[in-house]
Design a protein around this ligand. Structure first.
Ligand code: ZN
Length: 210
C-alpha cells in the first residue's frame, strides 16, 4: 500500500473512529410498500441529473425487479445492520434490489440505498470477477445522506429522521474504528516480520540443517 494513502487513512480513522456507539431505538412506523415506492420515485426524480433518473427508471421498470419483504429473524444481533441486498444478473444485465422491511424510518433509507446499487450497476458496468475494494458503497452512502436531507426537507417524522442521522453517524464511526484496528494489526505484523527477521530465520534454518 502506498505510504501517502496509508497516512491519509490513519489520519482519517483517527479523526472519526469511535467504537462505543449507542444503538438508536426507532419507533414503529407502518409504511406501505406503495408509499415506500412513491417516496423513492419522488426522491430519484428530485435529482438534477438525467443519467441518474434514466438509470433509476431502468432499475424499476422491470416487473418484480424490486422485492420488499419482511425482515427474517436471523438478521438480529451481529447481522442487525443488514437492511437489504442488491443482486446482479450479469447475463441479462439486471439488478435486483431486495429490502428487508424494518417497519420504521430506516425502510426509506434502505430502499433508496439498494436502488442506488442498481443505478450504479447501470452507470458503470461491473464485472463479477473484479473486486471494487468496497468503493461500490461510495454512491450508496452518499445516497443515504441525500435521503436524510430529503426526509428532513419533507418535514416528516422529524424525531425519527434525527435518530436516522445519529444512527448513520454511529455506523461510520464504528466502521472507522474497525479499519483503524485492521491497519494497526497489519502494521504490527509488518514490523514483526521485517527483512532482517527473514534473514535471521533463513540463517537459523540453514544452521539447523547443516
Ligand atoms: Zn450497500
Amino acid at each position: 500500500m502506498d505510504n501517502h494513502y496509508l497516512e491519509f487513512l490513519i489520519e482519517l480513522t483517527n479523526n472519526v473512529a469511535v467504537s462505543d456507539v449507542s444503538d438508536q431505538q426507532f419507533e414503529n412506523i407502518n409504511i406501505s410498500n406503495e408509499q415506500l415506492m412513491q417516496m423513492t420515485r419522488n426522491f430519484y426524480n428530485s435529482f438534477d441529473n438525467k443519467k441518474i433518473k434514466d438509470c433509476f427508471n431502468q432499475v424499476v421498470s422491470k416487473k418484480n425487479s424490486i422485492s420488499i419483504v419482511p425482515r427474517p429473524n436471523i438478521f438480529s444481533g451481529e447481522n442487525s445492520t443488514l437492511g437489504g441486498i442488491c443482486l446482479y444478473d450479469h447475463i441479462f444485465h439486471q439488478p435486483y434490489p431486495t429490502i428487508y422491511k424494518h417497519k420504521n424510518i430506516k425502510d426509506f433509507l434502505i430502499l433508496n440505498h439498494e436502488i442506488m446499487h442498481g443505478v450504479d450497476f447501470f452507470m458503470l458496468p461491473k464485472l463479477y470477477t473484479k473486486t471494487y475494494y468496497g468503493f461500490h458503497e461510495t454512491p450508496t452512502y452518499t445516497c443515504d445522506y441525500l435521503t436524510i436531507d430529503f426526509l428532513e426537507h419533507a418535514g416528516i417524522h422529524k424525531k425519527e429522521v434525527e435518530k436516522l442521522k445519529n444512527d448513520k453517524e454511529g455506523y461510520f464511526c464504528t466502521l472507522a474504528s474497525r479499519v483503524q484496528f485492521q491497519i494497526n494489526r497489519r502494521l504490527k505484523r509488518k514490523k514483526l516480520i521485517c527483512p532482517k527477521d527473514i534473514q535471521w530465520m533463513i540463517s537459523s534454518l540453514l544452521w539447523i540443517l547443516i
